[in-house]
Design a protein around this ligand. Structure first.
Ligand SMILES: C[S@@+](CC[C@H](N)C(=O)[O-])C[C@H]1O[C@@H](n2cnc3c(N)ncnc32)[C@H](O)[C@@H]1O
Length: 224
């Protein structure tokens, strides 16, 4: 079995360059690159996640993120807490493991965010820019799977793209980028994450904040 045979078709056909190509991955896996890709918003969006999570909590991150987001999260929960990161691509698991190697509270393993689980083990789930990268049919499965991991009183935090204001100066450019490179992203322009999650969403209280002219959203679902 090759490493690629473990990776779903959409990742191989659409995102091979970004997540399965070692030399490019090591170039992209830098905080200034992530800041540039997110038009200078990466740290503000990461800070929004950290503000929802308390030191000592047990946190699940369903997919790797380039730059130092996972490190910030692990340092924020501290040695009394726990960060579990999964990713479906073996290369991304290896890169994230290397980034977190000196933090005993962090563990990284291979896993599919869409695989159903009912653990309810976590105080928080941090789903950072994953949903726009998966086919629409998977958005709902992943959103529901993330909710199923949250303890009573805990929360899932989703950070991702959102439909920008109609007069947003970057809207035409972002549409072109999505058409050419990220074909599943506009699924988040057309439907709320709460609606993608389906019936499990009803057990949660939802709030949404957008930033940068609506191009990004932070959605917090708290289990009642
Ligand atoms: C979370 S997104 C983050 C994108 C963002 N541009 C960044 O800064 O890295 C990218 C990751 O999602 C992973 N991924 C895609 N589909 C997945 C799935 N079904 N389960 C787990 N990880 C997945 C990819 O392998 C990739 O490492």
């Amino acid at each position: 079995m090759t490493a690629d045979s473990l990776v779903p078709d959409y990742l191989q056909s659409v995102y091979r360059w970004a997540y399965l190509t070692p030399w490019l991955a090591s170039l992209l896996d830098r905080q200034p690159v992530v800041q540039a890709i997110l038009w200078g918003n990466a740290q503000k969006l990461a800070d929004g996640v950290l503000a929802e999570i308390a030191p000592g909590q047990r946190v699940f991150q369903p997919a790797a993120v380039y730059g130092d987001f996972s490190r910030q999260l692990a340092e924020h929960v501290g040695t009394e807490g726990r960060l579990e990161v999964r990713d479906i691509a073996p290369l991304q698991v290896a890169l994230t493991r290397r980034k977190l190697a000196d933090l005993p509270q962090a563990a990284v393993a291979r896993g599919d965010a869409a695989a159903p689980r009912e653990d309810r083990l976590y105080d928080a789930v941090a789903c950072f820019f994953l949903l726009h990268e998966v086919p629409d049919e998977m958005k709902g499965r992943i959103a529901a799977a993330m909710l199923s991991l949250v303890k009573p009183g805990g929360k899932a935090v989703f950070v991702d793209y959102h439909r920008p204001h109609p007069l947003h100066p970057l809207k035409p450019l972002m549409r072109t980028v999505f058409d050419r490179l990220e074909p599943f992203a506009t699924g988040l322009w057309n439907r709320e994450i709460e609606d993608w999650a389906g019936p499990p969403a009803q057990a949660f209280t939802w709030r949404k904040r957008t930033r940068f002219g609506g191009l990004y959203q932070t959605v917090v679902a708290e289990r009642r």
